[in-house]
Ligand binder design. Structure first.
Ligand SMILES: [Mg+2]
Ligand SMILES: [Zn+2]
Length: 188
C-alpha cells in the first residue's frame, strides 16, 4: 500500500458519526472490503434501554472477540444504531458520540453511525430504512456482494433487506460461532 493510501485509509476509520445528515466524508476510501454491519444494543452491548453512559455499557459476551475475528477476515466492522434517546431528550448527541468514541477505543470497530430520530420521523437513516448503511457506503469502499448485517430485531433485518444484503438474526450471547459458520458457508 502506498503512503498516500495509508493516510487516506486512516482518515476514514474509527469514527462515530450521526448518519442523519449524510456521510462523514462522502468519499469512499480504503481498500474494497465486505462490511459486517452490527446493530448496537443487543448485539455489541446488553440492551438495557437507552444506554448512554459508559457505566451502563456491558459488552455482550464474545462480542469483542467476534469483532476481532471479523477484522482478521478483512471486514469493515460498522455499527449502525437507532438512538431515538436523543430525540426523546434522554441523551444528548455529544453524550452518544462520547460513548461511541469510548467503544471505538475498546473494540476494533471501524465506525459507529447513529440516527437521532424517532420512529415515524421522516429520516432515511433510521432502521428499517437502509440509509445508515448507504451512508457508510459513501465513507467506506464496500464490497456489497459479500456484506451482511447482524441484528436482534426485525427492523434490523428489514434494514438489511432494504439495503439488499443478507440479515442475520443474532441467536443471542456469543454470536461468534454463528457468524463464523455463516461466513464460512458463504465463502466455501
Ligand atoms: Mg438491537
Ligand atoms: Zn435520523
Amino acid at each position: 500500500m502506498h503512503a498516500a493510501d495509508t493516510s487516506r485509509y486512516r482518515r476514514h476509520v474509527r469514527f462515530s458519526h450521526c448518519a442523519c445528515d449524510g456521510p462523514r466524508y462522502g468519499r469512499p476510501a480504503g481498500p474494497l472490503r465486505p462490511a459486517a454491519f452490527l446493530d448496537r444494543d443487543g448485539v455489541v452491548n446488553v440492551d438495557f434501554g437507552y444506554v448512554r453512559h459508559v457505566r451502563d455499557w456491558h459488552w455482550i459476551h464474545g462480542a469483542r472477540a467476534g469483532i476481532e475475528w471479523l477484522k482478521t477476515q478483512g471486514y469493515w466492522v460498522i455499527v449502525v444504531t437507532n438512538q431515538s434517546a436523543i430525540a426523546r431528550g434522554l441523551a444528548t448527541e455529544p453524550q452518544v458520540l462520547a460513548l461511541h468514541d469510548w467503544v471505538l477505543a475498546h473494540a476494533r470497530v471501524d465506525a459507529i453511525y447513529h440516527c437521532r430520530h424517532l420512529p415515524g420521523d421522516p429520516c432515511p437513516a433510521r432502521k428499517p430504512q437502509p440509509g445508515m448503511l448507504q451512508v457508510a457506503g459513501q465513507d467506506f469502499a464496500i464490497d456489497w456482494a459479500h456484506s451482511f448485517l447482524l441484528g436482534d430485531r426485525d427492523t434490523d433485518l428489514e434494514a438489511a433487506q432494504n439495503a439488499n444484503i443478507p440479515g442475520l438474526l443474532s441467536t443471542g450471547d456469543d454470536w461468534r460461532a454463528q457468524v463464523r459458520d455463516y461466513v464460512s458457508r458463504r465463502t466455501s
